[in-house]
Write a protein that binds this ligand. Structure first.
Ligand code: FMN
Ligand code: EPS
Length: 406
C-alpha cells in the first residue's frame, strides 16, 4: 500500500511531503519534479503570487543517485517568501502588539465559499488566518511533487498521464475534439489555459479577461487521461476497493473541486442503455470495445482502455469585488477580506488532478502487483498479462496507438 502525507502552511517556511511504499529502482529526478511544480504555476488568470514565489525543492530521504531506495521518500518545498512572513507564521510565541497591523492583522471577515468561517467554529480560532493557511491550495505543490514521483513509477510500467482543460466557466471544448496524448504536454503547457483546442482557448482567455475586469472569478472543468493502464486495477468485490471510487475521492480531495465524472459521466445518465455502454466485438480474433464511453473502468476495475476522469472546480472564493459577510469582531455586516487572489486556477487544478490520479494509480498497481523493486513489479505485471487466456484478451490502449488514431 502506498501512503502519503503533506504538512506545511501557505506562508510557512516550507511544505513537507512523505511517500511510503514505493519500490526501489524508480528513477527520481529533481528536475522532473521541478518541471511539474513549474507546470502547477501555469495558467492565464493566476494571481501575482505565482510570479514572485519560488518553489525550492529538496529531497531529504528515500532517493540515492537518482533512484528510489524503497524507503520513505521525503520532499521539502521551501517558500522564498518566508522572510516576509516569519513573524506572522512564527512557530514561537510572538508579542501580539508586533502582529497587530499589516500582514498580521486579524482576519475577522470570513470569505463565503472558503474554509474561513467553519474553520474558526471548528478549531476555536477568533480569526481566519490559522484556517486559511492550511486550507489554501498552496499545499497542492506538495501533492504535485509526490505525484511526479508516482508518475516516474507508472512510466516504468508503460502507464502515462496527461491532463487538459475542458471548460472555463461557460466556455467549453466541443465534445467531438480529439483527446491529447502525453506527448502533447509541451503544446498544452504552452497554451494559456492548457486547452487542446486553440479556438476554444482564445474564447477562454476572453472569459478570464472579462471576469477580471468585473472584479469576479471563474471555475471550470479539467480532464485527466491515463494511457497504458492494464485491465484489472481496483475491484468490484468491496466499495472501497473500486478504482473509480478511489479516483473520485482523490479528485474531490483537491481544494475547490465540487464534481467528478468518470468517462461520459452525467451525459451517460441521459442516454438509453443501448447507447450508453461500450459494446464488445471481435477484431482479428481479439475482443475490442466499440467505444469508450465508460472512461476506462467497469465494475470498479480498469478495463485497459484510456482512463478518462473529469473534475469540476468552483469559482475562486476570494472574489475581488468582495462578497457580503459578517465581521465577527464587531457583529456588523462587512465585505469579505480580500488581498489578492487568482481569478481562475483551473489549469493549475488540472496539473494537481494529474498528480492525484498518478498517486491513486500507483497505489492500485502496488495493490495488484506488489514488488519491492520496480523490476519485481514489472515481472508480476507481465506474468499476469501473459496468464490471461487468449479468449479473454483485450488490447491495452497505449499513448502511441492513440497518437496514431488522432
Ligand atoms: C490550484 C488552486 C488555486 C487556488 N487559488 C485560490 C485563490 O487564489 N483564492 C481562493 O480563494 N481560493 C483558491 N483556491 C480554492 C480554495 O483553496 C478552496 O476553495 C478553499 O480551500 C475551500 O475549499 P472548498 O472550495 O473545497 O470548499 C484554489 C484552489 C486550487 C486547486
Ligand atoms: C499559493 C498558492 O495558491 C494560493 C491558493 C489560495 C487559496 O486560497 O487556496 C490563495 C492564494 O494565496 P494568497 O491568498 O496568499 O494570495 C493563492 O496564491 C499556490 O498554489 O502555490
Amino acid at each position: 500500500m502506498l501512503r502519503w502525507l503533506t504538512a506545511g502552511e501557505s506562508h510557512g517556511p516550507e511544505l513537507v511531503a512523505i511517500l511510503e511504499g514505493l519500490p526501489a529502482g524508480i528513477p527520481v529526478s529533481l528536475d522532473a519534479i521541478r518541471a511539474d511544480l513549474a507546470r502547477r504555476k501555469l495558467g492565464y488568470g493566476r494571481g501575482a503570487r505565482m510570479k514572485f514565489e519560488q518553489d525550492e525543492l529538496a529531497i531529504s530521504g528515500g532517493v540515492r543517485h537518482g533512484e528510489s531506495l524503497g524507503s520513505p521518500i521525503a520532499l521539502r518545498i521551501g517558500n522564498t517568501e518566508w522572510p516576509k512572513w516569519q513573524e506572522v507564521m512564527s512557530p514561537e510565541p510572538i508579542d501580539p502588539e508586533k502582529l497587530g497591523r499589516g500582514r498580521g492583522a486579524p482576519l475577522t471577515r470570513p470569505r463565503p465559499g472558503h474554509a474561513d468561517l467553519v474553520g474558526m467554529q471548528k478549531y476555536d480560532f477568533d480569526e481566519a488566518r490559522p484556517v486559511l493557511e492550511r486550507a489554501s491550495a498552496r499545499e497542492t505543490a506538495a501533492r504535485v511533487a509526490l505525484g511526479a514521483v508516482a508518475r516516474g513509477f507508472l512510466e516504468e510500467l508503460g502507464i502515462r498521464l496527461v491532463s487538459h482543460t475542458i471548460a472555463i466557466g461557460p466556455v467549453r471544448v466541443p465534445e467531438d475534439r480529439p483527446l491529447p496524448v502525453p506527448d502533447d504536454v509541451d503544446r498544452l503547457d504552452a497554451d494559456p489555459l492548457r486547452c487542446f483546442d486553440e479556438e476554444t482557448s482564445s474564447r477562454m482567455v476572453a472569459e478570464v479577461d472579462s471576469a477580471h475586469k468585473d472584479g469576479d472569478t471563474l471555475g471550470g472543468v479539467v480532464e485527466v487521461l491515463a494511457y497504458g493502464v492494464p485491465p484489472g486495477l481496483g475491484s468490484y468485490v468491496h466499495w472501497d476497493r473500486r478504482l473509480d471510487a478511489q479516483l473520485a475521492a482523490a479528485l474531490m480531495g483537491i481544494q475547490a473541486i465540487k464534481g467528478v465524472e468518470v468517462g461520459d459521466g452525467f451525459t451517460t445518465t441521459t442516454r438509453r442503455g443501448s447507447a450508453a455502454h461500450d459494446e464488445l466485438h471481435l477484431s482479428d480474433g481479439r475482443i475490442v470495445r466499440a467505444s469508450d464511453r465508460a472512461g476506462g473502468t467497469e465494475g470498479g476495475m480498469s478495463t485497459g482502455t484510456v482512463l478518462r476522469v473529469r473534475a469540476g472546480m468552483k469559482p475562486i472564493a476570494t472574489v475581488p469585488r468582495a462578497l457580503p459577510t459578517i465581521d465577527v469582531a464587531t457583529g456588523e455586516a462587512a465585505p469579505a477580506h480580500h488581498q489578492r487572489s487568482d481569478v481562475c486556477a483551473v489549469p493549475a487544478a488540472g496539473v494537481v488532478a494529474e498528480a492525484m490520479v498518478a498517486l491513486t494509480l500507483a497505489n492500485a498497481v502496488l495493490e495488484k502487483f506488489g514488488g519491492d523493486s520496480v523490476g519485481e513489479t514489472r515481472r508480476n505485471l507481465e506474468s499476469y498479462l501473459a496468464s490471461i487466456p487468449e479468449a479473454l484478451r483485450t488490447e491495452i490502449a497505449s499513448a502511441d496507438t492513440a497518437a496514431d488514431r488522432v
